[in-house]
Design a protein around this ligand. Sequence first.
Ligand code: ADP
Ligand code: MG
Length: 457
Amino acid sequence: MIIMKFGGTSVQDAPSIERVTEIVRRRLDLQPAIVVSAMGKTTRNLLTAASFSADGKGREALVKLEEIHRYHFELARMLFPNVERSEAGVKLNNYLDELRKLFEGLSILRELTLRSQDKILSYGELMSTAIVAEAFRNRGIDAALLDAREFIITDERFTRAQPIEAFAYQKINEHVRPVIEAGRVPVIQGYIGSTRDGATTTLGFEGSDYSAVMIGAALEVDDVQIWKDVSGLMTADPEIFSGSRTVKTISFAEAAELTFFGAKVLHPSAIHPARVKKIPVHIFNSKKPDAIGTEISCHAAYGVNLIKSIAYKRPLCILNVFSNRTFSAYDFLKGVFDILDRERITPYIMATSEASVALAVSASENLEFLKDDLSHFGEVNVTNQKATVSLVGENLRTQRDFAVMAVQRLTGTAIDMIAHGASPINFTFVVDQQQVPEVIAKLHQAFFENLDPKIFE
Ligand code: ADP
Ligand code: MG
């Protein structure tokens, strides 16, 4: 068995879905289960429409909703005949009715709770899987459309829910395994799940990858394939550095560091379940299905290049807390950590001194609360528009003077913070966010001038 997950760009139009169908068809003997995201920009469009409703702009909301509906219907029409009477067509119409009712509710309440947001966003995946399953059936693939909410059982943290592994694994085996064993191809929504009480939840940004890996780990499949519109995990984000190259092989540890520090190619939590079960994760390009892509596995490759990839995360804020010294150094740090725990904030990097601490946190966090809480301990300064840049590779373990080499390459760059040693395979520092492209270009040239052909393509 394998899992094949297709992201939003891989199913954004009819030709893309045709391509996906052929990619799946060629792997039918591997007994695939398919996980699909919402099509194109649907998640964002649904969110915009919902916000309109909650702001009392009912008309704009409905216009947006019609647009979403039309996009799906037109796409379906290019893929199979008699859309209105097809199973998918009936579903799409029902979903539209349900969404209209939900929007009416929002416009009365004039608020969009995280819980209703999850409910509304789930329709993106419900619509895309209905269409993909119908397209598969229409092309001779025996697809079975499943509802992920019956088995991706999560906690109640709406918009960033965590699957409850023990529960979810058991349910996945009950719902998905028999379908595959019957020779059919399950088509499953990524990103969405449900609480034990049946409320719809979502797993957070890029959560479909997480769904795919969870299902793969539960079924102990041979391979989890994440199909995207990029050629695997690359030496740097191709969106900001055009010279980036494919990393053919990377360890779970390296991939986990890279995704935590911003490599948007995978959901940061998606590595863990695969790592525990030692299931390889491949990243492939659905537009270039024969290209080699990336294998993430237990194997750590030590090539001639010191690093495998460069990640960045922005925008970040640096919070500096200067102790007012009414607390012991111990109580000061404990207090700061308690607040981070309460607000559920993970700093990307931190530094401490005799009576102060600096933390780099995501700018999307609720910083006003955090700042108020921290000011109990002393003066708090916030610096905005910062970014982390991370150099990651197993070779950092052995190259004792790596820090010196990295910093030498950054002459002329103002570095606000450095983290080295927390992980033996990661060197991270903070710069102004607008410097990120320039810094990455410099580092790419320094560390990837001659590529080891065993590791890079
Ligand atoms: P999906 O189709 O699954 O939603 P995305 O397009 O969201 O896929 O994810 C791939 C994106 O990740 C690319 O557009 C790319 O800009 C970004 N990215 C960031 N860092 C990297 C990296 N190191 N390698 C590949 N892609 C990266
Ligand atoms: Mg995406």
